[in-house]
Design a binder for this molecule. Sequence first.
Ligand code: PNS
Length: 164
Amino acid sequence: MTVAVYPGSFDPVTLGHMDIIERTARMMDHVVVGVLQNSSKTPLFSVEERVEMLKKGTSFLDNVEIRAFNGLLVDFVHDCGANVIVRGLRAITDFEYELQMAHTNRVMAPDIDTIFLTTNLNYSYVSSTIVKEIASFDGNLEAFLHPDIADMVKRKARKGIDRK
Ligand code: PNS
């Protein structure tokens, strides 16, 4: 059985992430989407909220499971009984960081391989960071996010603006 882990911050999950999850689910027997909890970044959404968003968004995929994780990714991958990490590559600018992570993870855990999926061209420019910026200016998010997620992001962004 091939088990893959698709790790990320997913703050919030975009249509680009969803596309990678769906394609990975078609290739693998089981996919664990790992939501990083202890990020150095300060997330807009709590890990519980991000897990919930992903659970709703992937409920139609029988072989996809959503789990939060802390600490090293390779430890989480072992804990999931997986030996493949999946990452999306949007553009050449992603490559350097992704290559560094893949090499580092492989040195720490030679039994784990990283595979890269090129992001669907429609979403190759989408990033959670840019989406949050658009939301903070009350922009239209429909091209980047599922409508339910867009509503959640807008509500959060609105709260942030109201607090200022
Ligand atoms: O969505 P992101 O923020 O690009 O995902 C980054 C992620 C979660 C894959 C990466 O930060 C990670 O694996 N963090 C866990 C800590 C770790 O294992 N670090 C060493 C790998 S270089």
